[in-house]
Design a binder for this molecule. Sequence first.
Ligand SMILES: [Zn+2]
Length: 111
Amino acid sequence: MTFTPALDRLLASLRVSGLPWREIGNIIGCTGDQARYRFRAINRREPPPDTSKHKERKCLRCRAFFASTGPGNRICAPCTEVNAVICDLAPDTVSLDALDDDASSWDAWRC
Ligand SMILES: [Zn+2]
């Protein structure tokens, strides 16, 4: 059984809802023990974030203040998601060859 990030999220939400492991296993397609072990592994892998080093910074994209995790974190979470969507869509929706500009200059904008 391969646990994907989507399955992990479903597993966590089912557990939070209070379902027993056996029923959670039936829903996601594994045994109750597999679901329980996976849930424990997920929680071991992701310790709670250390917020002591967070600092309020202005997002470089939307200019809103957000809790930055460090000097390298200058884009807020919503803008990070927007950037990821733009990068996923760009190769399929933008035909660089159709542009009048020098298409090679667009290479710097690819993700
Ligand atoms: Zn932003």
